[in-house]
Design a protein around this ligand. Sequence first.
Ligand code: SF4
Length: 164
Amino acid sequence: MEDSQLSGNINQQPTQKPVILGAGQRISDQDYKAAIADLAYADQLLQDPSPENTDNTAPVSTVTLIKEVANSLLKWTKTGFNAVTEEIYHIRIAACKTCPHFVNPPHDKGLLYKIAGADVHHKSTCNLCGCVIKTKARLPHDTCPDADANKPGFNRWGELVPYK
Ligand code: SF4
């Protein structure tokens, strides 16, 4: 993924419906519902057993991804659509860029990821949670799902792993 594709400020992202997860902080209820509807629609398209959609090897299923995105959007509404500071954002992005889980979106879910604002031709997603990193790294309620093997109790973003 190019640096320019990771460095977009969430406040500068266009708010048109197709760029669901890149929407501005002040996304309206109407846009929020449209985003969810678009993801559901994309999911239906991706269920079509066309030759392009036969790769089922991706670790995160489309249904799981839809739920993850919907849950994340819901949590984001509860934070008042806040974003992390630029400093935290860049720390998170730097960690992802060196992570083996930072990958191109799965080929069979290209449309879904495109709708979610991912660069489908470059590394732009996490293959553990299925999230689009440039968006995930902006969200205060979101965090890295993988533990840092060299730093017990912390994840790859250098953040404390929540106690369960
Ligand atoms: S969120 Fe964590 S596990 Fe996923 S790509 Fe980034 S550093 Fe790796």
